[in-house]
Design a protein around this ligand. Sequence first.
Ligand code: URP
Ligand code: ZN
Ligand code: ZN
Length: 463
Amino acid sequence: MRFDTVVRSGTVVTATDTFAADVGISGGRVSAIAARLPIENAGKVLDAAGRLVMPGGIDVHTHLDMPFGGTTSADDFETGTIAAAFGGTTTLIDFAIQYKGQSLRQAFDTWMKKAEGKAVADYAFHCIITDLGSAQLEEMGQLVREGVSSFKLFMAYPGVFMLDDASIFRAMGQAAKHGGLICMHAENGGAIDVIVQRALAEGKRAPKYHALTRPTTAEGEATARAIALAEMAGAPVYIVHLSCNEALEKVREARDRGLPAYAETCPQYLFLSIENFDVPGFEGAKYVFTPPLREKWHQEKLWQGLARDTLQVVSTDHCPFCFKEQKELGKDDFTKIPNGGPGIEHRLSLVYTGGVHGGHFSPNRFVELVSTAPARLFGLYPRKGTLAVGSDADIVVFDPDREETISARTHHMRVDYSMFEGIRVKGVPRTVLSRGQVIIDGGKFLGRRGAGQFLRRQTYAGV
Ligand code: URP
Ligand code: ZN
Ligand code: ZN
């Protein structure tokens, strides 16, 4: 038996099992997993003694090279996938945006061009629908068949992205018919806009008012409405970037009733809070994203939600804007600060630190949250999301005891600040493989621009 690469003497961790094993790789795929594999003829041997060997992370919520808020997110598909790889993420699902008057195909083609020849690791797309006429409704099935099997809809950002309830309901029915999954940005955009206008009229213009004008009730209400619409349409629904207990409770109630309702949260809601706005001057703009940061007590509820499977996924909602020149667009008016924060690089380390070392869940649940459940929900499993014979050899060799401090001085995202500056993490990726190729080793990027492939995803199959 000859292997291109053997990952030797590590502890393999999947969503269900933990065991000592060697992992053999041939032709970019896992070809053997056994207590001891022959290494005499192996092309390469990677020593993983004392380390965890896990499936590569899957980040199902990123915005690379995205025009938004009068500017464009700072990472493109090259810099974004490199930063992701440093953090152990080997697959991402980004969003192709359909603007008003466009076909869904135009959105898909535009984002395929943005990624092609640039991504260093594999990628797929959800399609954001902002204008749903009968033609776009028809197109949904075609997109699902081409591997774009999920759609993001917005209940917020009126006049930009927001869809009315009738359109949402129609889209859900169509998604259900074709095996698609609706991802919902659940905030009551209409009510929020009224609160925002009142704040501006009162001269409240600082960054913290972005958070103070988007109450948790607006997220709870929209989450409940999204679930109710999905129930009526007979469709599954996936709530994106869930940030607060009110919304969590709505998902819990739906799941208790057996509905196919799912949700993700993001590291910013687990580690940061409204207190981050207590910084001098305009610095709070670094934390302007949507939904906003909440009071600190929500964090523990979210960790519990992850442990109890009310939440199935941790994604990043990576949407980076530099503080200089980009966030500064809103220096005199919080509504002009481009919404979004950088996080693609530190998801695994943060979730391992808070989740596993913090005593909330096991390493297996960690793998499930950052890799396996995302793969299952979004039609990538078992090619991605696990370590099994036949799976792509997307592998993270992870040191669970190594400590590092997150800082913009050392990160690889193309952005001039870190939301997590100064946070100490315990547990970091050391070696990362994408389809059998070592792309990160010992702090160095060894991959190749353009090596990432577009992934045609399967239809939603439930979890
Ligand atoms: O502030 C955020 N989250 N920006 C990205 C767009 C979105 O709503 O996910
Ligand atoms: Zn959103
Ligand atoms: Zn987003």
